[in-house]
Design a protein around this ligand. Structure first.
Ligand code: FAD
Length: 473
């Protein structure tokens, strides 16, 4: 018998549920397949950095599979619809009896999988899917009335209770099969724009991800609650790209933290970080309960009446990191440079676009996807809807971040700001959050813009726009 593992967003050999299941029968021939879908990636706004990271990770997983005697086949298709035809032809050619794959939860992906399963079933291929990219499957953590939680805290509490009743186990990488090792045939470049990424910050591959996780799970996870909001420090795990592309699983994260801190689920300091993994689960479970989120519909219906402004000059200034608000600009330039932005800064910059510039949050959501190496529909949509006050358990619309105060609180001396805005190197610490005021007072000329909007005025305008929308509903 021939078993096929269809690799997608699960580019690893350790703790890969589909791969593990495919290898259980030691007599079966096991092969793997990756289908590139650049036209679909374009539609989903995948960033060139993420495409480059996926390609590099694919080479690594191919080598790890080859060492175990499993050949990874590669085929370039266009969109998901073409990939279904390619999959069927491949199965026929290789006489595949059983297909193993890990679920994805976005609507297009789910439609593709449903269609593929139907056609493979007609062709006599048995399909098995696995909830691999989550700690607990969507729909398994529900409120008393058997519906998905709309608020995070009770979801998280119920989630922890479920984990305390029984942990999802990690499965090992498959053992080498007969005929191992194989030679890996080179995978061609994707027919998709790619862009170099910082290999020191995001070294591709499982070994690098596990090394970073092992380190983070020691002391840094304990220091996380105190330092996580300070972007000048390297105090968060920086594992998002591995989790978003499936080079690492959340089960590996959970078990590693519990290995170092056995009381991590019991309200210990290590729990704060695990709770972030639960946010990740929350947004993915939400996508399944409300698939309209994948189509960028706001969760709170009346917010669709907000009259957003079109202002290309403002939008361009935000993208370029030239708004005149140093913390916003440094953050936007961090994203451009690294394809990654610190979480506190994602909140600040998203809030600025929506609440200071009154630009439609979907414009920002799209731009983030185009830039982020860790772009992930569920987390990105969740984050944007939170910041825009359109989402479930979002910031209420009348709570509006003041970008200057946020900078003062989280980058007090401007260490982070100066790193990305060298033009402010000469501005003293005490003035770094309002450099134009300092420049005016001291008759200095700065190569840095004055604020493009007055926060107080913008705040009032946004409150009015939300209130009008609410009363129109
Ligand atoms: P850590 O603080 O070490 O957290 C550990 C892991 O938990 C992360 O790697 C991530 O997988 C998960 N996580 C943490 N915070 C969140 C959160 N709020 N929601 C969901 N998962 C979370 N995260 C993405 O992975 N992809 C995105 O496209 C994305 N877009 C965002 C957009 C906005 C507007 C906001 C406010 C947040 C977004 N996030 C996104 C969530 C968060 O900012 C990043 O996961 C985090 O900054 C990644 O850095 P880290 O790995 O060091 O995180």
């Amino acid at each position: 018998t021939t078993h096929l593992v269809w690799l997608r967003n699960d580019l690893r050999v350790n703790d890969n549920l589909a791969l593990h299941a495919a290898c259980r029968d030691s007599d079966a021939k096991v092969i793997a397949l990756y289908l590139a879908t650049p036209a679909q990636w374009q539609q989903h706004e995948m960033s060139p950095k993420q495409a480059a990271f996926i390609h590099a990770s694919l080479l690594q997983v191919q080598r790890a599979l080859a060492e175990r005697g499993i050949e990874l086949h590669y085929q370039a298709c266009h969109a998901f619809s073409d990939s279904i035809d390619a999959l069927l032809q491949f199965c026929a050619k290789q006489q595949v009896d059983q297909l193993f794959y890990n679920y994805q939860y976005e609507v297009n992906e789910r439609q593709r999988d449903a269609e593929a399963e139907k056609r493979l079933d007609d062709a006599g291929v048995i399909c098995q899917g696995f909830d691999d990219s989550l700690l607990l499957p969507p729909g398994s953590v529900q409120s008393g009335d058997r519906s998905m939680y709309k608020v995070f805290t009770p979801f998280s509490k119920a989630f922890v209770r479920r984990l305390q009743q029984g942990l999802p186990e990690c499965v090992p990488a498959p053992k080498a099969r007969e005929g191992a090792p194989l030679k890996a045939t080179p995978i061609p470049a994707f027919d998709y724009p790619t862009e170099d990424f910082d290999q020191d910050l995001f070294p591709p591959g499982e070994a690098a991800a596990l090394k970073r996780l092992r380190h983070f799970a020691t002391q840094p996870v304990i220091d996380y609650p105190a330092k996580r909001d300070l972007p000048a420090l390297d105090a968060t795990s920086r594992l998002s790209v591995y989790l978003a592309t499936g080079v690492l699983s959340p089960r590996q994260c959970l078990h590693r933290v519990l290995h170092e801190h056995p009381d991590a689920l019991d309200n210990s300091r290590a729990f704060t970080w695990l709770n972030e993994l639960i946010w990740r689960e929350f947004y993915r479970h939400l996508l399944v309960a409300w698939p309209a989120l994948c189509r960028h519909k706001p969760f709170i219906d009346w917010t669709r009446n907000v009259e957003w402004q079109r202002n290309d000059a403002h939008f361009d200034a935000w993208k370029a990191g030239k708004t005149g608000y140093p913390i916003v600009d440094a953050a936007m330039r961090q994203m451009k440079a690294l394809g990654w932005m610190h979480n506190r800064l994602r909140m600040i910059t998203a809030s600025f676009l929506v609440k200071d510039l009154l630009i439609d949050w979907r414009e920002g959501e799209r731009y983030f996807m185009q830039q982020l190496i860790d772009g992930d529909l569920a987390a990105n949509n969740g984050g944007w809807q939170w910041a825009a006050s359109t989402g479930t358990d979002a910031a209420p619309y009348f709570r509006i971040f003041n970008p200057t105060t946020q900078g003062e609180r989280f980058d007090e001396k401007g260490d982070f700001i100066r790193h990305y805005l060298p033009e402010l190197a000469g501005v003293p610490d005490s003035d770094i959050h309002q450099p134009h005021v300092w420049a005016e007072k001291h008759h200095k000329k700065l190569d840095y813009p004055a604020p493009i909007v007055d926060h107080k005025v913008a705040r009032k305008k946004t409150l009015d726009a939300f209130e009008r929308a609410k009363s129109a509903a």
